[in-house]
Design a protein around this ligand. Structure first.
Ligand code: RIB
Length: 322
């Protein structure tokens, strides 16, 4: 029953809209494309981890409706264990509306529906599934009490707990329960004080009781802070098509590689390459790559690493300034 990665999180059926630019208030614009696909931060991360080649189980709640059944089916196709996913008789399946502009940037509305009904009681009915995780992966799209209880169960059983605090919001209740927190720059700014990214990352670590921190900085790369040490990893250079779920792809791949025993730095390198591939494609979960694709690019990246040493130092200076 042991799973390499257990995701306790959300399901949102994404209705992706592609536009040249997002409308201003009161304005109507013509869209360039539309696509419906399974998403939600939890589901995207579960798919990314499963495609990375590890065993994944997801716990959460969908509606007892067509969209909910579509999720169960898609999870099985992706090789994700579904025995911890409940069907809510009252609320419909969560829905997301990502609006993606020409530069690949997104803005998202979610209507959580059944995700909001995923209670501690539902979780506890499957507590053994959480306790058997190597890595537990959490976000903030389900009730906080449920996510915190999952962290307590996993921590007590000796699992490694990763929190992606997205969307940003209070995380004090996770203090002492998290081994690694992975915000993006905006989430970090909302959660911690400091005059630059490095200071804010250190203060976020202190807030959570001293965990490691990884900050995803988009084209500026990724900052890793462990204890007194910090390191910036360069981003992949890509033409962004759709950034929806890029952070989820990063987190899912990171968790997968950590569950396989990678050191943090190697897992970060792998996850950067994987999410770099994903932003070059449309969709969220749909865009996650498989190891064959990642390893090819990772080898090329490692070959050019000598040339890039100065780039990492320059990036760290940027992080210290802003
Ligand atoms: O992180 C991207 C995800 O956020 C989308 O799939 C959307 O559903 C929202 O949950």
């Amino acid at each position: 029953m042991t799973s390499d990665v257990v995701v306790v999180g959300s399901f949102m059926m994404d209705h992706l809209v592609y536009v040249e630019r997002r409308p201003r208030p009161g304005e109507t614009v013509r869209g360039l494309g539309f696509h419906v696909s399974e998403g939600g931060k939890g589901f995207n991360q579960a798919v990314a981890a499963s495609r990375a080649g590890v065993t994944v189980r997801m716990l959460g709640r969908v509606g007892d409706d067509d969209l909910g059944r579509r999720f169960l089916n898609r999870a099985r196709i992706e090789g994700i264990e579904t025995d911890g996913i409940g069907l809510d008789p009252e609320s419909g399946t969560g829905v997301g509306v990502p609006v993606v502009d020409e530069s690949g940037e997104n803005a998202i509305v979610v209507v959580p529906g059944a995700n909001d009904q995923f209670t501690v009681e539902h979780l506890m009915a499957h507590s053994a599934l959480v306790s058997d995780a190597r890595v537990l992966l959490l976000q903030r799209e389900i009730p906080e009490s449920t996510a915190v209880r999952a962290a307590e169960l996993a921590k007590a059983a000796g699992a490694y707990v990763v929190l992606n605090p997205a969307p940003a919001g209070p995380i004090d209740a996770f203090r002492g329960l998290v081994d690694l927190v992975v915000p993006n720059e905006g989430e970090l700014a909302a959660l911690a004080r400091g005059s630059n990214v490095l200071e804010r990352a250190r203060s976020l670590s202190a807030l959570l009781g001293g965990c490691d921190v990884i900050v995803t900085l988009g084209p500026a790369g990724v900052l890793l802070v462990t204890g007194e040490d910090s390191r910036v990893f360069a981003a992949e250079s890509v033409d962004a098509v759709d950034t929806t779920g890029a952070g989820d792809c990063f987190c899912g791949n990171l968790a997968a590689r950590l569950s396989l025993g990678d050191a943090l730095a190697s897992a970060v390198e792998y996850a950067i390459v994987a999410s770099g591939i994903a932003v070059g494609r449309r969709g969220a979960a749909d865009a996650a790559p498989v190891p064959e694709e990642v390893l090819l690019r990772l080898q090329a990246r490692q070959r050019s690493e000598g040339d890039d040493e100065g780039r990492d130092d320059a990036a760290l200076a940027t992080v210290r300034e802003g």
